[in-house]
Design a protein around this ligand. Structure first.
Ligand code: SAM
Length: 293
């Protein structure tokens, strides 16, 4: 008998993965958590039926959400990841020799525990002495951390449940205050094909908080539509002039850093105008959600 896991991405779109086995399935205090071993993409973490990370393509997302803001900053010493319980962003941040402290603020301790148990290649850096793990709501954390971080990364789930507040203008203003005077912020901001209106709204909200706001893209096969966006907000340094990369990476390069900001015209319309032009392509009726295997 074949076993399949299906992610329902919109009312009319799903993506299925053939499974070797289900490694964990539990209802945490915040979400439905599943870890499965898939034939095409290796082990995979899903939350509320949405793919969070997979062994096969996690390096793309984790390198692009971290190295773009970190190489934009002249000398990042203290970084904050909000969400990111799988540990992949922390692993990439700690590759930077200038980083003295990487703080992970994850609301759900069960995500951290499951990632440590089943995804060691992604979560191993959580044990690094420079990493400090805080189980807390990231919305609350940034309200109290004034001028503390050189780089802040929002590595959150989709804007549903506890993550809704991570996509608001108030949150972005608090992130700005939690950054040093030349701090840099980056967030995962969903798919231009399926979430155009959200991207346009987020551009406007981050643009209201930061003098420099830029959208960039990466190809991530296990995420809805395979094309994923990130939005960077910077208080002083322009991401188009990054420091050169001397790190061991699998996706990120200095040339790709600059290239990722070269946008297809339909995405530029979202970034430049700060609002969707006309009816966006395949606008999702609601954020993704669905059933695990
Ligand atoms: N790369 C994934 C993506 O793009 O969807 C995100 C991975 S990471 C596992 C997302 C994490 O955000 C989850 O573990 C979730 O518990 C956490 N999260 C959601 N809302 C949060 C909040 N308000 N504060 C802290 N963590 C939050």
């Amino acid at each position: 008998m074949e076993l399949w896991c299906t992610e329902k991405q919109t009312e009319n779109l799903s993506l299925s993965f053939r499974l070797k086995e289900t490694l964990r399935r539990e209802k945490t205090a915040y979400q439905d958590l599943a870890v499965v071993d898939t034939l095409p993409y290796g082990r995979m973490l899903l939350l509320d039926g949405c793919v969070m990370t997979s062994e096969a393509d996690e390096f793309v997302y984790h390198e692009m959400i971290t190295h773009v803001p970190l190489f934009t900053h002249p000398c990042p010493r203290r970084a904050l990841v909000i969400g990111g319980g799988d540990g992949g962003a922390i692993r990439e941040i700690l590759k930077h020799p200038s980083v003295e402290e990487a703080v992970l603020v994850e609301i759900d301790a069960r995500v951290i525990e499951a990632s440590k148990q089943f995804l060691p290649a992604i979560s191993s850096a959580l044990a690094d002495p420079r990493c400090r793990v805080v189980v807390e709501d990231g919305i609350k954390h940034v309200k109290t951390a004034r001028g503390r971080y050189d780089v802040i990364i929002s590595d959150s789930t989709d804007p549903i449940g506890p993550a809704v507040g991570l996509f608001t203008e108030e949150f972005y203003r608090n992130v700005r205050e939690a950054l040093t005077e030349d701090g840099v912020f980056a967030a995962q901001t969903e798919s231009p094909f399926l979430h155009a209106r959200l991207i346009a709204d987020v551009q406007r909200r981050i643009g209201a908080a930061f003098p420099i706001t830029r959208l960039y893209l990466a190809a991530i096969p296990t995420y809805p539509s395979g094309l994923w966006s990130f939005t960077l907000g910077s208080k002083r340094h322009d991401p188009l002039q990054p420091r050169p990369c001397e790190l061991e990476t699998r996706y990120y390069t200095s040339a790709l850093h600059r290239g990722a900001f070269q946008l297809p015209r339909f995405v530029e319309a979202l970034a430049v105008a700060g609002e969707a032009n006309g009816r966006p392509v395949g606008e999702a009726e609601a954020p993704r959600g669905g059933s695990g295997g």
